[in-house]
Write a protein that binds this ligand. Sequence first.
Ligand code: BDR
Ligand code: CA
Length: 307
Amino acid sequence: MPIPIILDCDPGTDDALALFLAFASPELELRAITVAGGNVGLAHTLANALALTALAQAPTPVHPGADRPLLGAFRSAHDIHGANGIGGVRLPPGGPPAPGLAVDVIRRVLRESADPVTLVGIGPATNLALALMAEPALCARVAEIVLMTGAWGEGNITPAAEFNAWSDPEALAVLLRCERPVTLATLDLTAQALVTPKRLSAWRQRDGGACLRAACDIQDSVPASVRFAQRGAPLHDPCAIAWLLRPGLFTTRPCHVEVDLGPGPSRGRTVIDRWGRRGAAPNARVLETLDADAFFGVLADRLAALP
Ligand code: BDR
Ligand code: CA
């Protein structure tokens, strides 16, 4: 039976590849795509989600959501993702958004589904948190929450914090406290999914359609990371999808995780207690290691299978 999911995103170069991976995966039943502002403003992230969905000829409805975090000001990451969020790559425009705002659609899908639904978040957690705050009883309809967020080591937007966690830490705190199983693909995990020039040129040599070409062009736009001595760029968001497709590619650890909500330089930091030093019960499963070659193998096969 395919896993029913709602995919909440902020495309985003790596979100784009995560969407393609989800579209190409029969293991998943994509009930809705909900979009927040994040990597760039909502106007761009929504247009990108619609364009990517149309390019993949996917029937999934795409809904707009929050254009800012629960508290505080919106800040983008256009230095990594380009002014349009997908590295300046121009895609044919998609269709119109489906009716309904993310906060309402997430609740409706949870309420109407015969089976519990998995929430996958690969952007700021605002839409997911708003839905569960508006109707907490629906937490019981959530099978699992899978997030690309946080880091047990250093951050990528501040020394302390990872971008998604830092963008809306209060929203992440809501999800960590909702008492449903939470799985985290952190920066330390996604560091193992490094797109090197060799891996990218292997994708380009595959037979494929417009989606494969778009994925290559989008990935080509991502600057090699100073964190990895410019050897490549980590591919964050597809790791969260890959966990649902191939959990055997990962090792995991139950941990207590708390997000720093203070106003200081650690705001948005995820304090991940890998060694149980605080004595608190685990509230998350943290993905620790990834079989990167197998992950990139699955990703390339799936990208090549799209239109
Ligand atoms: C996360 O932040 C965004 O820039 C990426 O799309 C990813 O979701 C990585 O820190
Ligand atoms: Ca993202």
